[in-house]
Design a protein around this ligand. Structure first.
Ligand code: ATP
Ligand code: MG
Length: 412
């Protein structure tokens, strides 16, 4: 029955998967906290305008990928395809302009109607940060340093590469737009239909096209660098100098643009060659006009988002969970339940089998990687004691039931 299949492009996280997933998220939050970020939790759906007005009417996300529906009141609602627009909306509606600078971390599901493939889902998860209210390059350097710290903490420093570019200020972009339009117009017959559309509305977007033919034309396009104002150039030089001072390796990729409209100045991506076509694991940039565009007080911002599923595919084994203690009844199952509950109250992880002979239960204890087995034999019970077996060493002792928690506490 197809309705019992997960919807295409969505997946379930079983305990082993979710342990990895949470580890990535928690590592991100722990790193963010070290840089002074606090967590913001915004709704997973917003009024459609929050996204359509900010991400850009020619962006792939807005033109093809949003999950948009009319709710029962007739309001047009969209499941969030990304995190920044919702954070900006929360900043405006929460009247947080007095609390700048603001450093916000978020995590959670995002929704995009894309063609599912390895590393590309319709419901996926991101961790991300936004630093609002700082117009100087220090902010760019600090959020990139945080991204690098996260990837290093996950053991990925050798697997990813930081690519960085500048999209300049408004003046630089206007100049570049002209140069680029002139160049692309000379190749218009070879551009994909999408890119011909973009050419009129937002030629920079063509640089981000995934179409093979487009990419060949883009390869020889004039670079943004030649159109930069001296102020924009200096801004970028400060950012790269900061990265060098912090010993964060990077390459300048003059063709790097971001898929959404609100970016200016710094744009960056951490990419890997280990995930096939879906090589970008973390991406971000500066968006000084976004909040003003939405109708809020002009507030500069910079941030990034990382795909948790893509990171999860790259990372090694997360730290193992605390090893449990197996409680094994030889006779009275209810007595075992009482002992297990006592140990759990004392803060220990306890695995209590529901059925089976001694051999089966010991096999189960090994399977869950239990550290000790507490065996409740009838003879020992009569003496008010239990057998405590060290499953690593293979030794065992008789321990008074009354002081079992203390005993285990001393051992672990
Ligand atoms: P791509 O070029 O892969 O489509 P994007 O530019 O659309 O990525 P962003 O909007 O910058 O991606 O999102 C940041 C990160 O979120 C990406 O680098 C990626 O790791 C992850 N991501 C984006 N879309 C998906 C998806 N459909 N499935 C899984 N992860 C995704
Ligand atoms: Mg995309």
């Amino acid at each position: 029955m197809s309705s019992l299949q997960p919807v295409r492009g969505t997946h379930d996280l079983m305990p082993d998967d979710s342990r990895r997933h949470r580890w990535v998220e928690d590592t991100a939050f722990a790193a963010a906290r070290r840089y002074g970020f606090g967590e913001i939790v915004t709704p997973i759906f917003e009024f459609t305008e929050v996204f359509s007005r900010t991400l850009g009417e020619t962006s792939d996300v807005v033109t093809k990928e949003m999950y948009t529906f009319a709710d029962r009141s007739g309001d047009s609602i969209t499941l969030r395809p990304e995190g920044t627009a919702g954070v900006a909306r929360a900043f405006i509606s929460g009247g947080m302009a007095q609390s700048l600078p603001l450093k916000l971390f978020y995590r959670g599901p995002m929704f995009r109607h894309e063609r599912p493939q390895k590393g590309r889902l319709r419901q996926f998860h991101q961790v991300g940060v936004e630093l609002l209210g700082v117009e100087t390059p220090q902010a760019d350097i600090e959020v990139i340093a945080l991204a690098w710290r996260l990837l290093s903490d996950l053991g990925l420093a050798d697997k990813v590469q930081l690519e960085i570019n500048t999209l300049g200020d408004a003046e630089s972009r206007a100049a570049y737009r002209q140069t680029l339009t002139a160049y692309l117009s000379g190749h218009v017959d070879k551009l994909s239909e999408d890119s011909r559309n973009r050419l009129e509305r937002n030629p920079l977007r063509v640089l981000d096209s995934k179409d093979e033919g487009d990419r060949r034309i883009v390869e020889n396009a004039p670079a943004m660098g030649d159109s930069l104002t001296s102020a924009a150039r200096e801004f970028f030089e400060q950012v790269t100098a900061g990265l060098t001072a912090l010993e964060i390796p990077f390459v300048v990729n003059p063709r790097l643009v971001r898929g959404l409209d609100y970016y200016c100045h710094t744009a960056f991506e951490f990419t890997t060659t280990q995930l096939g076509a879906q090589g970008t694991v973390l991406a971000g940039g500066r968006y000084d006009e976004l909040i003003a565009t939405m109708g809020g007080p002009r507030t500069p911002g910079i941030g990034w988002a990382a795909g948790v599923e893509r990171l999860s595919m790259l990372v090694g084994e997360p730290p193992p969970p605390a090893r449990p203690i197996a409680v094994i009844p030889m006779g009275d199952a209810s007595a075992a339940m009482v002992v297990a509950e006592r140990l759990r109250r004392a803060g220990l992880a306890v695995e209590l089998g529901y059925s089976g002979n001694m051999k089966k239960r010991m096999a189960r204890a090994n399977k869950v990687n239990a550290r000790f087995a507490v065996i409740l034999g009838e003879d020992e019970a009569a003496r008010g004691a239990v057998t405590l077996r060290d499953l690593d060493g293979g030794t065992q002792d008789e321990v008074p039931l009354a002081s079992l928690e203390d005993h285990l506490g001393r051992l672990s």
